[in-house]
Ligand binder design. Sequence first.
Ligand code: SF4
Length: 449
Amino acid sequence: MALKGLDIFKLSPKKNCKECGCPTCMAFSMKVASGAIELSKCPYFSADALASLSEATAPPMKTIKVGTGDAEQSLGGETVLFRHEKTFVSKTRYAAHLCDSMDEATIDEKIAKVKAVDYDRIGERMYTEMVYVNHSEDAKVDFVELVKKAADIEGRVLIIDTKDVELAKAALEVSKDKKPILNGADASNYEAMSAVATEAGVALGVSGKDINELYDTVAALEKLGNKNLIIDCGKNSIKEAYAIAVQFRRAAIKDGNRTCGYPSLVNAAVLAHGDKHLQAALASLFTMKYGSIVVVEEMDYATALPLYGLRQNVFTDPQKPMKVEPGIYSINGGDENSICLTTVDFALTYFVVSGELERSGVPCNLIINDAGGLSVLTSWAAGKFSSTSISKFFEEQDIAGKIKNHKLVIPGKVAVLKGDLEAKMPGWEIIVGPREAVQLVKFLKDMQG
Ligand code: SF4
């Protein structure tokens, strides 16, 4: 049962030293109880107090780490059911599906597609982070060889799917250094599978013929001491997979049932086999409700662009504006003689505008104002992107001293600022730019003549 602030306070050091960032031990205890701060932020709790509090104050859902090096991914660790309550911490990861029932040519083609989608959106790399290798009864290629081939794909986490204990052992033998996920435990084999996964130090995926059997198998694995688990939402039906994903998450977060508090895996490649559009819809659904890993047959740009955009929206912190550092950004080799353009520090604005400027090929300086991470019109309406704030920012940053070219293009949406800026920034020629970033390429080329 979740602890109350007073229970934690009774065991606190009561030094009120503020090292944890809270004014008093009481304030710290209240924050720990609400999940807003971790107990480890106070260095003065006694070992006995920590032992009795750690389990009770741990997040209701475990964080499971898979993969190694740059490819390491965190799954789970969520503390809320809805994004508006607090930030979700571990975004959904997408896996591409390979199977030993495919022929070599198909496998090579699919591996090439895993690498094909890879791009940046608002400073975040978008790519297929995982590769799922399934064992089938009618295998055409050697499963262990396929696992080895998949493990060699750089920077991806491997998921090995087999219920055959000996095959799992052999597959881990060639891949355990990459810290894959072994997805293969069920009611019939969980003891042996747990031993294999524990020996290799990898997370174990657990499935059941229904939600009750799944719960009992997870509980049995916990009794064996294995808490490095992932809940496989099953291949029976979309309805059942959804019920498992939602009910396990609710039971973990709302009821504090830690047996349900593990990341989940949803296999859309099987649930909607052969239907690319339904798989894309399922990937979107389970990104919102509560898939930690979603497996699709393959990821192409048509699926990735809206899906990764959705994921970025769901998993960014709603309390923190997405912003970039204010300052001067040189684009296309822009120097002190290049024209200046200015806009706000909202990350989406920055990436869209800088992308268009790069596309123009014109050397220029993009000057990003401190506008509180808001878009152009919102910050203008809030007084954070006004003639006063822009002129003050230019003065503080000594832009006129750093750049000799005093032509400044302002966004067309705030053309109304032109007169005031000319009055407040003598020596600068203020030019009203286009209303939309997409018109910047033509605008700059026309300016160059
Ligand atoms: Fe109290 Fe520990 Fe915070 Fe100091 S660091 S105020 S002892 S909770």
